[in-house]
Ligand binder design. Sequence first.
Ligand code: SF4
Length: 493
Amino acid sequence: MNEVAETANVSDKIRCDACPVMCFIKVGQTGACDRYANEGGKLTRVDPHVLLNRTLRQGGTVVPFAADKEWDGKILLGPDTFVTAIGAGTTYPDYKPAPFIVSAQVDGVDIVTVVTEGIFSYCGVKVKVDTDRHLGRESATVRAAGEPVGHVTTAEYGSQVLAIGGVAHLTGGSKNEGRVTCETLLDLCNAGPVELTIDDGATVVVRAGHAPIVNGVQEERMRVGCGSATIGMFAKQWFGKVDDVVVVDDHITGVLSEHQAGKFLGVKDTGIKIKGRRSTPGRYFKVAEPGTGWGGTNITDPLAILGPFNKAEAWPGLRLLMVSTTGEHFGYFELDQTLRPVERELPAALSESVARIKENCEPALSSVLFMAGAGGSLRAGVTENPVRLTRSVKDAFTSVTSGGAPVYVWPGGGITFMVDVTSMPEAAFGYVPTPALVAPIEFTLKLADYEVLGGHMSEVRPLSSLIADGHRELPPRPSNPWPFTMPGWRSRS
Ligand code: SF4
């Protein structure tokens, strides 16, 4: 818990100036965002300031709060401790220096970390939903609690990506749209479950790091590949055990006897006829409408995509396997005397291959990447000459982290970054009712470079001041690189 300042006092209220809302807060109460409180006339950031300590074991004991402890004399900021922006607070307007500008010695070099909880109106999340099922057409509106909060964007290999949030939904629609968008982003970023409905599409519950639930059914696995790729991968395992295989896929349905993989093995023509648009041999587009049935199509009966077999090539007893791209759906058929497929029990030799498809499918997850632009006024809290910070980030003199987690900074203008929310400490995000999301951001660079940058050198804090303010120590996530050893961090001197 950080005591921030005594600000404008109106009778027993104090005014919080950490965001444009400028709440007047009574003694013992919190402001509109629940992040700041009036504690005995002092404006206080109510959540503890999070430090990462790599000497703590992941999942081990966490020092919950140090406000009431005497400093034990340990060097707080050294190579094993990293100051995150979580709980650090925000300064507003931005020309004021960031709340914490702290120095540390790493490998004999003085470095500085500038931290702030950025208030982002220009932000959103990209949600990757691992599913073969059709969630909605590209560009369809995604809603939460009935309000438009985003849209369906591209389908990727075994996944559907949703774009949620963005300034147009936060500020460009109705007040309720902005509020619901902000709530949705906050829940998604803090790895909570969120139910989203897609216009003329599915209802999906997503939660970072968890399997998506599509129309009430929990997704188990993502596809092994498209229909054509599946033919390529498993052709050899089918050869000799079956005469033809169709891998049903909404995007590219594969047919063994026509596919290059089948030709290579010497699979003979079967006279099979697929309803759909033939792309290249053994690869068909649009065999059905998209849906939540076989291979992301709307079909429940795979024979619906077959036309009559060519009598000149097919033969009674011809063995046909039809399977989806996850192995979740499959059927085995043999042609009768009239060359019509009749379903039979799947032979043991083929059930092995279906099981192999399933085995090769990875677990389906929802992934949430937070994306925001930090190239605006926030930079003034770091340096008096904001463009120098942008250049310094681009030139890799300054490393950017979010809650100590690595970020990807987009090329081009600004400091537009993306971070996997599951790589960050829990509950790292907050909000303000403007509406906007509050996200931690840290800039780390050599102290000498910070001076060159026009940094707020007089604001570099003594280590002991962090002890006095209280903090919470957490172990870093083992999969994250330690912020002081991030690749790309280098120095001009
Ligand atoms: S919404 Fe929160 S940060 Fe903004 S003024 Fe009110 S208490 Fe302060």
